[in-house]
Design a binder for this molecule. Sequence first.
Ligand SMILES: NC(=O)c1ccc[n+]([C@@H]2O[C@H](COP(=O)([O-])OP(=O)(O)OC[C@H]3O[C@@H](n4cnc5c(N)ncnc54)[C@H](O)[C@@H]3O)[C@@H](O)[C@H]2O)c1
Length: 352
Amino acid sequence: MELPTTAWQGIDLEQRLAWARRWMRRTAEAAGRLPDLTAVRLAVTAHLDLKSALFLQAYRTAGAAVIVHPADPATTRADVQRLVEAWGIDVTDPAACVAWEPTHTVEMGGDILVEAAARGYDGIVAGIEMTRTGLNRVAALALTCPVFDLDGVPLKNQLHNRFTVGTSTWHTVTARTQLSLHGLTVLVAGYGEVGAGLARTARGLGAVVQVAEVDPARALIASYDGFDVVGLAGDRADIVVTATGRTGTLSADVIGTLKDGCLIVNAGHSADEIDLDALGNGVQAVPAVTSHRVGGREILLFAGGHVANLAAGDGDSLNAFDVTAALIVDSAGWLVAHGNEYPTGLHAYPGP
Ligand SMILES: NC(=O)c1ccc[n+]([C@@H]2O[C@H](COP(=O)([O-])OP(=O)(O)OC[C@H]3O[C@@H](n4cnc5c(N)ncnc54)[C@H](O)[C@@H]3O)[C@@H](O)[C@H]2O)c1
């Protein structure tokens, strides 16, 4: 499923790349700092959109052999895929990435490390994981190499997660539904940096905001921030948005209690935060929304439950994501130079 994005339809890819480069100067500077990567076989899991093309190009220009597994078919832009393939980058599935025998990984979601563990492949020297969902998955593996948590550094979770996901998610939802949040009750599931950003932004856009959070400390923080802390189940919310990084957050039981006409949106990495089986097949309401019948009520699903801002929109802004993309470029250079100095297991990334 590729939903046409709102902003760029009909605009030539080269023109879009030039515009992205204009606003992503930090990424270009980081590319210039990369060491020689000619001995590196780098397997990447990423949302294959315009901004990812810039860091993939940086790795290729530094000499790395690169293979890419798209993090989600719904966030893969066909024209960007063709472009990176023209740069000599194969776009394929995790099994083929592992069979290609990578020496290093840079991932959003951990699919390649999960596949490597399943196949008993131990040729990876070191890896980077930059999503909370991926870190949750990687933490459960019997790793054979050091893996570095790029999500935990302030430049990632206290900028990107905290500020930009809320903005780009609500921008996408309102643009694609022709709704505003005024007068609507929004329930945010999960009060990590992403959930907190979604809640603050929704309040700024006029919604009445409630938060459901299983961690008592984070629930308390949400209440100190002025949000009504509630359970997930119930028929109060007009929109429920998930940002937990956990499978099955909106379970069949929870979905069964939602208000007639409730719109479900997922801002987490993976659509599995919602029990999609419980929703069954739907019919299209508008291009980004499907309508489902559950127990005699209608439930609306945004972007098929895929990560909303990237599946139905253009993701984070170019200027803000520039910081993240520069970090992604820099971290690969560091990984190749120093990753092998660490023992097997999950580590904090020692950068900014
Ligand atoms: N859309 C984007 O562009 C984007 C960008 C960055 C991160 N993400 C994703 O957003 C998700 C959240 O990221 P984060 O950094 O805030 O993670 P986090 O782990 O810091 O926060 C998640 C919160 O959800 C809570 N939680 C877990 N299960 C719950 C449940 N059943 N009900 C209520 N609360 C529950 C946890 O206690 C935690 O406080 C991840 O999947 C991450 O990969 C998306």
